[in-house]
Design a protein around this ligand. Structure first.
Ligand code: CP
Ligand code: NVA
Length: 311
Protein backbone atom coordinates (compact mmCIF):
# COMPACT_ATOMS: atom_id res chain seq x y z
CA UNK A 1 0.00 0.00 0.00
CA UNK A 2 1.21 3.50 -0.73
CA UNK A 3 1.84 5.65 2.34
CA UNK A 4 0.33 9.13 2.09
CA UNK A 5 2.98 10.61 4.36
CA UNK A 6 6.28 8.84 3.86
CA UNK A 7 8.83 9.11 6.62
CA UNK A 8 11.83 10.36 4.70
CA UNK A 9 15.33 10.47 6.21
CA UNK A 10 16.75 13.39 4.24
CA UNK A 11 18.64 15.56 6.70
CA UNK A 12 19.13 15.82 10.44
CA UNK A 13 17.62 19.33 10.25
CA UNK A 14 14.21 17.75 9.64
CA UNK A 15 14.25 16.02 13.03
CA UNK A 16 13.55 17.13 16.56
CA UNK A 17 16.20 16.29 19.14
CA UNK A 18 13.83 13.77 20.69
CA UNK A 19 13.17 11.94 17.44
CA UNK A 20 16.87 11.73 16.61
CA UNK A 21 17.57 10.42 20.09
CA UNK A 22 14.86 7.80 19.60
CA UNK A 23 16.47 6.53 16.38
CA UNK A 24 19.95 6.55 17.96
CA UNK A 25 18.76 4.65 21.02
CA UNK A 26 16.99 2.10 18.84
CA UNK A 27 20.18 1.60 16.82
CA UNK A 28 22.18 1.06 20.01
CA UNK A 29 19.58 -1.43 21.29
CA UNK A 30 19.59 -3.34 17.99
CA UNK A 31 23.39 -3.49 18.15
CA UNK A 32 23.36 -4.72 21.75
CA UNK A 33 20.96 -7.54 20.85
CA UNK A 34 23.09 -8.56 17.87
CA UNK A 35 26.18 -8.59 20.08
CA UNK A 36 24.45 -11.01 22.45
CA UNK A 37 23.71 -13.24 19.49
CA UNK A 38 19.99 -12.60 19.72
CA UNK A 39 18.03 -12.46 16.46
CA UNK A 40 16.76 -9.04 15.37
CA UNK A 41 13.29 -9.43 16.86
CA UNK A 42 10.62 -10.95 14.63
CA UNK A 43 12.27 -9.79 11.41
CA UNK A 44 10.42 -6.47 11.60
CA UNK A 45 11.01 -5.63 7.93
CA UNK A 46 9.98 -9.01 6.52
CA UNK A 47 8.34 -8.55 3.14
CA UNK A 48 9.80 -5.05 2.66
CA UNK A 49 12.11 -4.14 -0.18
CA UNK A 50 14.62 -1.27 -0.19
CA UNK A 51 15.76 0.02 -3.58
CA UNK A 52 19.25 1.51 -3.48
CA UNK A 53 20.24 3.96 -6.20
CA UNK A 54 23.97 4.60 -6.43
CA UNK A 55 24.97 7.35 -8.78
CA UNK A 56 28.42 7.41 -7.10
CA UNK A 57 30.69 4.72 -5.65
CA UNK A 58 30.25 3.33 -2.15
CA UNK A 59 31.53 0.52 0.04
CA UNK A 60 30.16 1.16 3.54
CA UNK A 61 26.80 2.71 2.68
CA UNK A 62 26.04 0.03 0.13
CA UNK A 63 27.03 -2.96 2.24
CA UNK A 64 25.62 -1.68 5.53
CA UNK A 65 22.20 -0.89 4.06
CA UNK A 66 22.15 -4.23 2.27
CA UNK A 67 23.13 -6.29 5.30
CA UNK A 68 21.06 -4.13 7.66
CA UNK A 69 17.92 -4.63 5.58
CA UNK A 70 18.51 -8.40 5.36
CA UNK A 71 19.17 -8.76 9.07
CA UNK A 72 15.83 -7.05 9.75
CA UNK A 73 14.12 -9.55 7.44
CA UNK A 74 13.81 -7.37 4.33
CA UNK A 75 15.36 -7.41 0.89
CA UNK A 76 17.27 -4.96 -1.25
CA UNK A 77 17.51 -4.06 -4.88
CA UNK A 78 20.69 -2.43 -6.20
CA UNK A 79 20.35 0.15 -8.97
CA UNK A 80 23.01 2.35 -10.49
CA UNK A 81 22.19 5.68 -12.04
CA UNK A 82 23.86 4.92 -15.35
CA UNK A 83 22.04 1.62 -15.80
CA UNK A 84 18.65 3.17 -15.14
CA UNK A 85 16.58 5.20 -17.58
CA UNK A 86 17.54 8.15 -15.38
CA UNK A 87 20.83 8.08 -17.28
CA UNK A 88 18.86 8.49 -20.52
CA UNK A 89 16.77 11.42 -19.43
CA UNK A 90 13.81 10.00 -17.49
CA UNK A 91 13.01 12.57 -14.84
CA UNK A 92 13.77 11.99 -11.21
CA UNK A 93 10.11 12.74 -10.42
CA UNK A 94 8.87 10.01 -12.76
CA UNK A 95 11.52 7.63 -11.41
CA UNK A 96 10.18 8.34 -7.90
CA UNK A 97 6.59 7.70 -8.98
CA UNK A 98 7.48 4.42 -10.66
CA UNK A 99 9.76 3.02 -7.95
CA UNK A 100 7.13 3.88 -5.34
CA UNK A 101 4.82 1.36 -7.04
CA UNK A 102 7.37 -1.44 -6.62
CA UNK A 103 9.35 -0.99 -3.43
CA UNK A 104 8.81 0.05 0.19
CA UNK A 105 11.69 2.53 0.54
CA UNK A 106 14.39 4.14 -1.60
CA UNK A 107 17.95 5.00 -0.58
CA UNK A 108 19.80 7.31 -2.95
CA UNK A 109 23.42 8.46 -3.27
CA UNK A 110 23.62 11.32 -5.72
CA UNK A 111 25.73 14.48 -5.67
CA UNK A 112 22.86 16.77 -6.68
CA UNK A 113 21.11 17.51 -3.38
CA UNK A 114 18.10 19.04 -5.14
CA UNK A 115 17.67 15.85 -7.17
CA UNK A 116 17.54 13.88 -3.91
CA UNK A 117 14.91 16.30 -2.56
CA UNK A 118 12.97 16.07 -5.82
CA UNK A 119 12.94 12.28 -5.54
CA UNK A 120 11.56 12.58 -2.01
CA UNK A 121 8.91 15.11 -3.10
CA UNK A 122 7.52 12.72 -5.67
CA UNK A 123 8.01 9.39 -3.90
CA UNK A 124 5.14 7.94 -1.94
CA UNK A 125 7.53 5.69 0.00
CA UNK A 126 10.31 6.82 2.37
CA UNK A 127 13.48 8.20 0.77
CA UNK A 128 16.83 8.02 2.58
CA UNK A 129 19.72 10.37 1.77
CA UNK A 130 22.77 8.14 1.29
CA UNK A 131 25.08 11.13 0.62
CA UNK A 132 24.81 14.21 -1.55
CA UNK A 133 27.35 16.93 -2.23
CA UNK A 134 25.81 18.86 0.67
CA UNK A 135 25.14 16.34 3.44
CA UNK A 136 25.66 12.80 4.73
CA UNK A 137 23.17 12.37 7.58
CA UNK A 138 23.33 8.55 7.88
CA UNK A 139 27.08 8.83 8.50
CA UNK A 140 26.62 11.17 11.42
CA UNK A 141 24.06 8.88 13.06
CA UNK A 142 26.78 6.19 13.09
CA UNK A 143 29.35 8.73 14.26
CA UNK A 144 27.25 9.82 17.23
CA UNK A 145 26.64 6.16 18.14
CA UNK A 146 30.40 5.63 18.04
CA UNK A 147 31.20 8.71 20.10
CA UNK A 148 28.69 7.71 22.77
CA UNK A 149 29.99 4.13 22.96
CA UNK A 150 33.48 5.40 23.65
CA UNK A 151 32.88 8.60 25.57
CA UNK A 152 29.30 8.55 26.89
CA UNK A 153 26.52 11.04 26.06
CA UNK A 154 27.59 13.56 23.42
CA UNK A 155 25.50 16.34 24.94
CA UNK A 156 27.80 19.02 26.34
CA UNK A 157 30.94 17.47 24.86
CA UNK A 158 33.30 18.96 22.26
CA UNK A 159 33.97 17.62 18.78
CA UNK A 160 36.65 19.18 16.56
CA UNK A 161 36.72 19.05 12.77
CA UNK A 162 39.97 19.67 10.93
CA UNK A 163 39.86 19.82 7.15
CA UNK A 164 37.56 20.48 4.22
CA UNK A 165 34.13 21.78 5.23
CA UNK A 166 32.36 19.14 3.14
CA UNK A 167 29.10 17.18 3.22
CA UNK A 168 30.11 15.16 6.31
CA UNK A 169 30.96 18.33 8.21
CA UNK A 170 27.60 19.88 7.28
CA UNK A 171 25.77 16.96 8.88
CA UNK A 172 28.02 17.30 11.97
CA UNK A 173 26.87 20.94 12.19
CA UNK A 174 23.25 19.81 12.02
CA UNK A 175 23.89 17.21 14.73
CA UNK A 176 25.60 19.76 17.00
CA UNK A 177 22.42 21.84 16.98
CA UNK A 178 20.06 18.92 17.55
CA UNK A 179 22.13 16.97 20.09
CA UNK A 180 23.56 19.95 21.96
CA UNK A 181 27.32 19.51 21.72
CA UNK A 182 30.08 21.95 20.81
CA UNK A 183 31.61 21.71 17.35
CA UNK A 184 34.89 23.51 16.65
CA UNK A 185 35.68 23.68 12.94
CA UNK A 186 39.12 24.37 11.51
CA UNK A 187 39.30 24.76 7.75
CA UNK A 188 41.16 26.93 5.25
CA UNK A 189 39.20 30.07 4.29
CA UNK A 190 38.88 28.79 0.71
CA UNK A 191 37.20 25.56 1.91
CA UNK A 192 35.26 26.81 4.90
CA UNK A 193 31.57 26.13 5.59
CA UNK A 194 29.01 28.06 3.56
CA UNK A 195 27.57 31.19 5.08
CA UNK A 196 24.16 29.54 4.75
CA UNK A 197 25.24 26.61 6.95
CA UNK A 198 26.82 28.86 9.58
CA UNK A 199 23.76 31.13 9.57
CA UNK A 200 21.55 28.07 10.11
CA UNK A 201 23.73 27.04 13.06
CA UNK A 202 23.46 30.52 14.58
CA UNK A 203 19.69 30.59 14.13
CA UNK A 204 19.41 27.22 15.85
CA UNK A 205 21.58 28.44 18.75
CA UNK A 206 24.20 25.75 18.03
CA UNK A 207 27.63 26.01 19.64
CA UNK A 208 29.63 25.93 16.40
CA UNK A 209 32.90 27.86 16.07
CA UNK A 210 35.07 28.43 13.02
CA UNK A 211 38.82 29.06 12.85
CA UNK A 212 41.63 28.57 10.38
CA UNK A 213 43.87 27.15 13.13
CA UNK A 214 43.60 23.38 13.56
CA UNK A 215 45.39 23.48 16.94
CA UNK A 216 42.93 26.03 18.26
CA UNK A 217 39.96 23.88 17.15
CA UNK A 218 41.17 20.64 18.72
CA UNK A 219 42.31 22.15 22.05
CA UNK A 220 40.51 20.15 24.76
CA UNK A 221 38.27 18.34 22.24
CA UNK A 222 36.80 14.92 23.09
CA UNK A 223 36.91 13.81 19.46
CA UNK A 224 38.97 14.90 16.48
CA UNK A 225 37.29 14.29 13.13
CA UNK A 226 38.43 14.69 9.57
CA UNK A 227 37.60 13.48 6.07
CA UNK A 228 39.26 13.21 2.68
CA UNK A 229 40.72 16.27 0.99
CA UNK A 230 39.04 15.47 -2.31
CA UNK A 231 35.39 14.50 -2.03
CA UNK A 232 33.43 12.95 -4.86
CA UNK A 233 32.87 15.67 -7.44
CA UNK A 234 35.90 17.73 -6.34
CA UNK A 235 38.44 15.74 -8.34
CA UNK A 236 39.24 18.62 -10.70
CA UNK A 237 40.27 21.05 -7.95
CA UNK A 238 44.05 20.64 -7.81
CA UNK A 239 44.71 23.25 -5.11
CA UNK A 240 43.15 21.23 -2.30
CA UNK A 241 46.29 19.36 -1.28
CA UNK A 242 48.20 22.56 -0.58
CA UNK A 243 45.33 24.24 1.19
CA UNK A 244 44.56 21.27 3.43
CA UNK A 245 48.06 20.16 4.41
CA UNK A 246 48.02 22.22 7.66
CA UNK A 247 44.81 20.40 8.68
CA UNK A 248 46.28 16.89 8.52
CA UNK A 249 45.46 14.89 11.64
CA UNK A 250 48.81 13.58 12.86
CA UNK A 251 50.31 12.73 16.22
CA UNK A 252 51.11 16.35 16.98
CA UNK A 253 47.54 17.52 16.35
CA UNK A 254 46.04 14.62 18.35
CA UNK A 255 48.33 15.53 21.25
CA UNK A 256 46.70 18.96 21.38
CA UNK A 257 43.22 17.45 21.97
CA UNK A 258 41.98 16.08 25.32
CA UNK A 259 44.18 13.25 26.60
CA UNK A 260 41.53 10.59 25.99
CA UNK A 261 40.22 12.10 22.73
CA UNK A 262 39.08 9.70 20.04
CA UNK A 263 39.90 10.01 16.34
CA UNK A 264 37.04 9.59 13.87
CA UNK A 265 36.89 9.42 10.07
CA UNK A 266 33.92 8.33 7.95
CA UNK A 267 36.30 6.46 5.59
CA UNK A 268 37.57 5.88 2.98
CA UNK A 269 40.76 7.41 4.36
CA UNK A 270 43.65 8.64 2.29
CA UNK A 271 46.54 7.71 4.53
CA UNK A 272 49.35 10.23 4.44
CA UNK A 273 46.98 12.98 3.32
CA UNK A 274 44.24 13.99 5.79
CA UNK A 275 45.46 11.47 8.39
CA UNK A 276 48.72 9.68 9.15
CA UNK A 277 49.07 5.93 9.69
CA UNK A 278 50.17 6.71 13.24
CA UNK A 279 46.75 8.19 14.04
CA UNK A 280 44.63 5.83 11.90
CA UNK A 281 46.21 2.77 13.51
CA UNK A 282 46.85 4.33 16.91
CA UNK A 283 45.07 3.68 20.21
CA UNK A 284 42.80 6.72 19.91
CA UNK A 285 41.38 5.69 16.54
CA UNK A 286 37.81 4.33 16.49
CA UNK A 287 37.40 4.42 12.72
CA UNK A 288 36.52 0.75 12.27
CA UNK A 289 33.97 0.84 15.10
CA UNK A 290 32.56 3.83 13.25
CA UNK A 291 32.39 1.84 10.01
CA UNK A 292 30.69 -1.05 11.83
CA UNK A 293 28.20 1.34 13.36
CA UNK A 294 26.98 2.29 9.91
CA UNK A 295 25.26 -1.11 9.94
CA UNK A 296 23.57 -0.58 13.29
CA UNK A 297 22.63 3.03 12.52
CA UNK A 298 21.12 2.05 9.17
CA UNK A 299 18.90 -0.44 10.95
CA UNK A 300 17.55 2.24 13.28
CA UNK A 301 16.96 4.53 10.30
CA UNK A 302 15.27 1.81 8.23
CA UNK A 303 13.04 0.78 11.14
CA UNK A 304 12.06 4.42 11.71
CA UNK A 305 11.32 5.04 8.03
CA UNK A 306 9.23 1.89 7.73
CA UNK A 307 7.31 2.42 10.97
CA UNK A 308 8.90 -0.54 12.74
CA UNK A 309 10.80 1.28 15.45
CA UNK A 310 10.24 -0.18 18.87
CA UNK A 311 9.21 1.95 21.83
N1 CP B 1 31.53 6.61 4.73
C1 CP B 1 30.91 6.25 3.60
O1 CP B 1 29.83 6.73 3.26
O2 CP B 1 31.58 5.32 2.88
P1 CP B 1 31.18 4.77 1.42
O3 CP B 1 31.44 5.88 0.45
O4 CP B 1 32.08 3.61 1.23
O5 CP B 1 29.74 4.40 1.43
N1 NVA C 1 33.23 13.65 1.79
C1 NVA C 1 33.32 12.39 1.13
C2 NVA C 1 32.62 11.34 1.92
C3 NVA C 1 32.73 9.96 1.36
C4 NVA C 1 31.99 8.95 2.18
C5 NVA C 1 32.77 12.49 -0.28
O1 NVA C 1 31.73 13.14 -0.45
O2 NVA C 1 33.36 11.92 -1.20
Amino acid sequence: MMRPDPRHFLDLTDFSSEELRRVLDASAAIKARRRKGEPAGERPLAGKVLAMIFDKPSTRTRVSFDIGMRELGGETLMLTGSEMQLGRGETIADTARVLSRYVDAIMIRILDHDAMLELARHATVPVINGLTKLTHPCQIMADVLTFEEHRGPIKGRTVAWSGDANNVLASWVHAAARLDFTLNIASPPELSPSEELMAWARREGARVSLTTDAFEAVAGADAVVTDCWVSMGDEDEGRRHNLLQPYQVNGKLMAAAAKDAIFMHCLPAHRGEEVTDEVMDGPQSVVFDEAENRLHAQKGILAWCLGALEG
